[in-house]
Write a protein that binds this ligand. Structure first.
Ligand code: PLP
Length: 396
């Protein structure tokens, strides 16, 4: 007998994938250039030249037997050393290589954290709208319970009243994601301070640690010079889950890391639990070649000005056509309100214009839709009149 839960997961494509596949089929009929696929978060800005040059350089100079061999399970020492120096310089932290564990992207980083922490009966709290894989990783991967806090749809900051109602003695961790997929919100320092205060109070009340899992693949994609607080400075029991998928446009190469700060309760055991979870999940080590690339390019980013331009065009356009949108401060997503109560029906109607949008229900936030604008600016410009026509159907 097979594991039914896995069969079910394997058969069910995510809505985003469904829409993406629909777009591929439609492209065969109307031409790729006439499909406005805002469904998927695959960066369209090319990886920076320094990444390509670094790759070529490493391949030319490195002994292939070493380059393609296994590294230490937690990542090569010199890689973790280089990355710790870069993070300390940019964020004013005080990490060493021993605080870093290299991963197969952010997806592996967060699923390792859930696995490392969970004992039977544990709960993790997520904030709507959230990356849909959290629920899978928490429930199917780690066997914990995923508890959702409804969104504050006015700001997409944390809804503290609802959070307080859901914290209890079974809460093992809280997941935050800023800049956020799908709202584009960036948590302010005030939000992080308030969260840290609340969790510290609850730790004292329940007599055990409550871990913050800070999922940060969009840290470098932020606009208008906004500051993104470095969460370990505010709350000691924080795991930082980082990825180069978005910042360096390398999602297919699968490289990221977890930071386990020395201030964390029993941090050496916490780090060992991360290593143990990585082992049990079969990761062995993060890709060797891209560990080396990350070591050299840790402080680089793709040209995010393209995303900022797309955000500005879409935000200005959509609000002028009568859509309600909280202005995103980071990531490459816009999360407007649908123009009818049933956002799935709205997304279906949008297909008439070959506008491919993702219903908010998938992110735990019905009534909204995600517009993923990591596409060319020309595509955004050509899509705007279609968003306008769509709004016109609702008398806007
Ligand atoms: N977390 C969030 C919020 C994401 O949006 C994504 C990918 O889109 C991931 C994690 C997974 O990132 P990675 O490709 O690094 O595994």
């Amino acid at each position: 007998m097979l594991a039914e839960a896995m069969v079910e997961l394997g058969k069910k494509r995510s809505t985003i994938r469904e829409i993406f596949e629909y777009g591929n089929q439609r492209a065969k009929v109307v031409g790729r250039e006439n499909i406005f696929d805002f469904s998927i978060g695959n960066p369209n800005v090319p990886t920076p030249e320094i990444v390509t040059n670094t790759l070529l350089d490493i391949i030319a100079k490195e002994n292939p037997a070493v380059l393609h061999g296994y590294t230490s399970a937690q990542g090569a020492d010199f890689v973790r050393e280089e990355i710790s120096v870069s993070v300390n310089r940019r964020f004013g932290t005080n990490f060493t290589k021993d605080n870093f564990y290299m991963t197969v992207g952010a997806a592996a980083a967060i699923s390792i954290c859930f696995k490392a922490l969970t004992v039977p009966g544990d709960e993790f709290i997520v904030f709507a709208p959230f990356f849909p894989e959290y629920a899978c990783f928490i429930e199917k991967g780690a066997g914990a319970k995923c508890v959702t806090v409804p969104a504050d749809t006015q700001t997409f900051q944390i809804n503290f009243e609802e959070l307080e109602k859901r914290l209890n003695e079974h809460t093992k961790g809280v997941v935050i994601n800023s800049p956020n997929n799908p709202s584009g919100a960036v948590y302010s320092e005030e939000t992080i301070l308030r969260l840290a205060r609340l969790l510290s109070e609850k730790e004292a009340e329940y007599g055990h640690a409550i871990y913050l899992i800070s999922d940060e693949p969009y840290r470098e994609i932020a606009y208008d010079g906004i500051e993104i607080p470095y969460v370990t400075k505010y709350y000691k029991n924080t795991f930082v889950c980082y990825s180069y998928s978005k910042s360096l446009s390398l999602p297919g190469e699968r490289i990221g890391y977890i930071v386990v700060p020395s201030e964390m309760e029993d941090w050496r055991d916490a780090y060992a639990a991360v290593c143990g979870a990585g082992r049990i999940l079969g990761y062995v080590n993060a890709p060797s070649l891209f560990q080396r690339v990350a070591a050299v390019c840790a402080a680089e980013t793709s040209d995010i000005s393209v995303y900022q331009k797309n955000r500005d065009l879409l935000y200005e356009g959509l609000t002028s056509y009568g859509y309600t949108v909280v202005k995103p401060q980071g990531a490459f997503y816009l999360f407007p309100q649908a123009l009818e109560a049933d956002e799935k029906a709205f997304c279906e109607r949008a297909k008439k214009y070959d506008l491919l949008l993702v219903p908010g229900t998938d992110f735990g936030c019905p009534g909204f839709l995600r517009v993923s604008y990591c596409v060319t600016t020309a595509q955004v410009e050509r899509a705007l009149p279609l968003f306008k026509k769509l709004a016109g159907e609702y008398g806007k």
